[in-house]
Design a binder for this molecule. Structure first.
Ligand SMILES: Cc1ncc(C[n+]2csc(CCO)c2C)c(N)n1
Length: 219
């Protein structure tokens, strides 16, 4: 069985807890408050900045030219895709640079991004690549689970729509393929590190939703 299918199956409990998380329910039924959505977007802004950076660092650390190129491509498509979408949301909700500066990175965002940097420095590019995978894959599944759902709040609907276009699902398939290719070129110890990196990211993805509902801070 491919590495991706194996870790996907192993992490279904936490995965399904994300898909059925109250955060997703509140987005789709419109009961989420705007301050919660704003909180999520600002934390996500911090997250995406590091997420893009880790692609670049993993590309630098990778020995394989094709892997390097694909990671760089994924990093570029982030700037045109997810990061650009966030900028539109910021504009629509009136979130300013000052609002971002005034909001510190919260513990779960800090832990999730630190986990990805740590994985890269301690276990290398293959594990870092596996740690990047749950992000896009989970959101594709969340998008699929929301197919046909119409949120009464237009900006929540825009968020849902952003995970349903082919522009989005194409890169996810590429990333799964890349991870499987890297896993095939890696020994058992490396694959074990990849497995751990994937599981930990899946865990932090679930906690990210809860962090936003709780408006988690450092108190
Ligand atoms: C915490 C968190 N996890 C996942 C995503 C989703 N996401 C991040 S980058 C990207 C594009 C393809 O890699 C997608 C879908 C997010 N925004 N925030």
């Amino acid at each position: 069985m491919d590495f991706s299918q194996q870790v996907y199956q192993q992490n279904q409990t936490v995965w399904q807890e994300s898909i059925h998380h109250p955060f997703i329910k509140k987005l789709s039924d419109g009961s989420m408050t705007l301050p919660t959505f704003r909180y999520y977007l600002i934390q996500d802004h911090y997250y995406l900045r590091d997420f893009a950076r880790i692609h670049e660092l993993a590309a630098d650390a990778s020995q394989d030219q094709a892997v390097k190129t694909l990671l760089q491509e994924l990093a570029n498509s982030l700037h045109d895709g997810e990061i650009a979408t966030r900028k539109t949301f910021f504009k629509e909700l009136g979130i300013s640079q000052q609002d971002v500066v005034n909001t510190p990175i919260a513990p779960t965002t800090y832990a999730y991004t630190s986990h990805m940097y740590r994985t890269l420095t301690q276990a290398g590019a293959p594990a870092a690549i596996a740690g990047l995978l749950p992000c896009a894959w989970l959101y594709a599944d969340v998008g699929a689970s929301l197919q046909g759902v119409t949120s009464p709040v237009p900006i929540f609907q825009a968020w849902i729509d952003s995970y349903q276009s082919d522009d989005y699902t194409g890169p996810v398939a590429k990333q799964i393929k890349l991870t499987d290719q890297v896993a095939r070129q890696t020994d058992a110890t490396g694959r074990d590190a990849m497995t751990k990196a994937f599981s930990r990211s899946a865990y932090y993805e679930r906690d990210f939703w809860q962090m936003a509902l709780d408006h988690q801070d450092w108190q």
